[in-house]
Design a protein around this ligand. Structure first.
Ligand code: PGA
Length: 263
């Protein structure tokens, strides 16, 4: 089965509302021929403006994070229903910057994934090992731990579970992003072979826990210093279904170039 390729831009804490709108307007005509799904995650303040500007185009707008409860006394936080109302269709969860700088745990991320699926926001769950973990040969152990804790209880295979819950039915909308921490923002992209090995491991994990059919439906993106020069070779790998891009997604020319290279 051929999974549709996805190019997702993570703008991090860059771009004002005006800059975001101008970017989306400039991008739209440049990606008319693109054969992939195109996602952009602007900062919260620019989600609604970007979503409005993307109407009638193939560009899908999402967010970079959210809290796991719908409302409450959580100063500075944003909830899933607020994102949906602003026009977000997906949300990046568990990015390594959230894990490392803001100390997010797998358990917290699991609750967010569950909430996102329940409100119809497509989660992009980020996982990945640090340089030290890779050097000590623990990459697969770390990925398995992140997958099992962040996806705990999210899905019950029909044959194994009597009590199917709503989010379990929509699980195939989950996207996974393998982002080795040592590759993010460093210019050190993983080689296609290294990335493929990790992606193959993720897909095997999904097949083991959710069944082969579901594992074949779920997109697994690579992230970490992806650029127009590196995206094609990475995404030619059988288990790499696209890219989650930070730095090179801030420039409309490099972003549209990558979109047009993804097949
Ligand atoms: P980068 O960021 O492309 O700048 O390495 C990727 C990411 O953080 O998702």
């Amino acid at each position: 089965m051929k999974r549709k390729r996805i190019l997702a831009g993570n703008w991090k804490m860059y771009k004002t509302r005006g800059e975001a709108k101008a970017f989306v307007q400039e991008l739209a005509p440049k990606i008319k021929q693109a054969d992939c799904r195109i996602f952009i995650a602007p900062p919260f303040t620019a989600v609604a403006e970007s979503a409005a500007a993307s109407e009638g185009t193939a560009i899908v707008i999402g967010a970079q994070n959210m809290h796991d409860v719908p409302e409450g006394a959580f100063t500075g936080e944003i909830s899933a229903p607020m994102l949906v109302e602003a026009g977000a269709q997906f949300v990046i969860l568990g990015h390594s910057e959230r894990r490392q700088i803001f100390l997010e745990t797998n358990a917290f991320i699991q609750r967010k994934v569950e909430r996102a699926l329940n409100v119809g926001l497509q989660p992009i769950l980020c996982i990945g090992e640090t340089q030290a973990e890779r050097a000590s040969g623990r990459t697969e152990e770390v990925l398995a731990e992140q997958l099992s804790q962040c996806l705990a209880g999210i899905y019950c295979a029909r044959s194994k579970c009597d009590n199917l819950s709503v989010h379990s039915i929509k699980t195939e909308s989950l996207i996974i992003a393998y982002e080795p921490v040592w590759a993010i923002g460093t210019g050190n992209t993983a080689t296609p072979e290294m990335a493929q090995a990790a992606h193959r491991f993720c897909r095997a994990w999904l097949a083991e826990h959710w069944g082969k059919e579901m594992a074949e439906k779920i997109a697994v993106l690579y992230g970490g210093s992806v650029k127009p020069e590196t995206i094609a070779a990475l995404c030619e790998m059988p288990d790499i279904d696209g890219a989650l891009v930070g730095g090179a997604a801030l420039n409309v020319n490099s972003f549209s170039q990558m979109a047009n290279l993804l097949k």
